[in-house]
Design a protein around this ligand. Sequence first.
Ligand code: AMP
Length: 629
Amino acid sequence: MTYQHSYAQSIADPAAFWAEQASHLAWYRAPTQTLQDNPDGTHRWFADGSLNSCYLALDHQIEQGRGEQLALIYDSPVTATQRTFTYHQLRDEVARLAGLLRQLGVGKGDGVIIYMPMVPEAAMAMLACARIGAVHSVVFGGFAANELALRIDDARPTLLLTASCGLEFDRVIEYKPLVDRALQLARHQPGHVLVLQRPQVAAPLQAGRDLDWQQALASAEPVAPVALEAGDPLYIMYTSGTTGKPKGIVRENGGNAVALRYAMQHIYGMQAGDVWWGISDVGWVVGHSLIVYGPLMSGCTTVFYEGKPIRTPDAAAYWRVVEQYRVNALFCAPTAMRAIRKEDPDGELLRRHDLGSLRQLFLAGEKLDSSTHEWLERVSGKPVHDHWWQTETGWPVTAPCVGLEGSAARPGSSNRAVPGYHVQVLDDDGHLLGPNHQGSIVIALPLPPGCSQTLWGDHERYLQAYLHTYPGYYHTGDGGYLDDDGFVYIMGRTDDVINVSGHRLSTGEMEDLVARHPTVAECAVIGVHDDIKGQVPLALVVLKDGESIAESQLLVELVGSVREAIGALACFNRVRVVKRLPKTRSGKILRAVLRKIADGQDYTPPSTLDDPAVLGEIEAVLADLPRAG
Ligand code: AMP
């Protein structure tokens, strides 16, 4: 099947195309209805299909003869541990954990929060929820108590699963105090907190509420997967929107299973028996699609890595893993490769490892800059591909489809739309733009299977955020253009979301925190260029009249409050005091101009600018910022 043929068919007749893809799945009851329109513009995929995602990821693989194949390889340089699980072993662990969850009162449709480091039990927890139809929501371990509390109140979990600690290089981060604090802040309280005690730290348990994971598991009985409707939610993944309240992206079982099977095979070129490494964390969408569900549902061996690109112990860590487990393809974020490049610019460490098994590397999460792209291809000698997706879509929107004939890759672009995605570019008035014209990147409806069709408990917000801006299209929030051959170039967000080390963060949320400081009259937080992290936040602050505070003191206090409320992952450590902010005559802060000044780019003062003199003042204050090389 060629890329061109698949793509054309997927757009001309999405129902026929996806019915064919769905027919390859081991449904309990195969769907007879493929695609239905809802009156509000959303869609239902495979409405009458019945399946179980955990069954597809484990039991079905065993039925296919893969019981003794490795399902998951846990490699943890931070604890000097390596453990492997065959499909049989992983299924047995998951079935028993699912039995424990049920014993603790978790049933179909109940929320379960998983706040855990990269230990295999985190993957088991996700799969155990899927087995009994509970809806998991993994919260990234780097998030502070306040962020966890927001998610607890939104997901209203029956149970919260955590571990005593996570490990950052050689630093132990205790999780339990964060969980306790979050539960003090949250209005909703889960019935129990299940705590995995790691050897590095023993977490104190609160009698009645907290349970020791291993002890509780000892008496649990394995349970079988339950039959779920295709539209039943598999998980909630919170992502930053433009406000402080995170959006609970909902992923459905049916669409997800069909889409991930398609993606693993046709985009990433993976077959059953291959070794796949999704380098990320279970706390992100990649962790769901490319560490747990995608590779396991495809019968691959998934590498589960608790370590960093550098300093665990060095910049050869990734290459050591590739060699040791004969990894066939990997996914990672550009920021990780930039960190490796900084320490091993000539690839000397890389060359000490045999990368013979590796077919290609896929990068996403932020734009793959051409310098890193060229460097990585040169030192690895492998094809390196940029591809683009979002938490909302759950799988790539644009990518080279290495499993389809006739698929091409074009360095510098995020490649072409994947079958199923009708990617187009619109101007501000919603008119279609031709090739090489920059505008808002949209996807003509229907979105293919797997893409989120609602937000947890707030369907209206979904419609507002994604479908109402341009009727008939899904609004991605990214700007960019297509070239003459349909290759897509992503230029960045058009809203107030920034991307720090591939993690999406809301500048609006940071502005709220900065504005709460008693000396601050108003502020703007923007994303500015960073050589390693891609972007980092910069706060421009106007002090209240009569207030004076040393910039260094203000920095310390603001860094403290952002860390406390969001977490260290925000990398918030730049603050500049300015006399005033550039605004439109109607009083809107012109953040796009601020971004350009901060990054040292050329700009045209917007015609709506109230007082052009302000730009010179800002330029002077920001003159010493590091600039894009
Ligand atoms: P997230 O939902 O956290 O995965 O973030 C999705 C956002 O990250 C997208 O909307 C883009 O702004 C950005 N992004 C992801 N992959 C790429 C890429 N390959 N090129 C440019 N931006 C990307």
